[in-house]
Ligand binder design. Structure first.
Ligand SMILES: [Zn+2]
Length: 95
């Protein structure tokens, strides 16, 4: 049943409140990069419709950490090349 498959891809049970469902949305990610607070608009995150718990998309986080790590090689996304060139992205989602 195609409709059910799509619905499963767009939402998942919330592990935080056990009752809500998380939906994939885009938010502005804020993270510390050394002493600099950087923001990444339109970042994919799973938001719970009941408790509001936020979980950034793990694949996007992994890609971001690669982009922010100067040792990782050539950045894939040209729009992120102007970010401060410092090591160790410290990603801490707000509670
Ligand atoms: Zn929840």
């Amino acid at each position: 049943m195609p409709t059910l498959l799509i619905e499963n891809l767009d939402s998942q049970p919330c592990q935080n409140c056990q009752g809500g469902r998380k939906h994939l949305q885009t938010v502005t990610l804020m993270t510390w990069l050394g002493d600099d607070l950087i923001t990444v608009p339109d970042f994919p995150a799973w938001i719970c419709d009941l408790c509001g718990h936020r979980l950034y998309d793990s694949e996007a986080l992994a890609q971001l950490s690669l982009l922010l790590n100067p040792d990782a090689g050539t950045p894939i996304h040209p729009g992120l090349q102007n970010l401060p060139n410092k090591p160790a992205a410290n990603i801490n989602p707000p509670a």
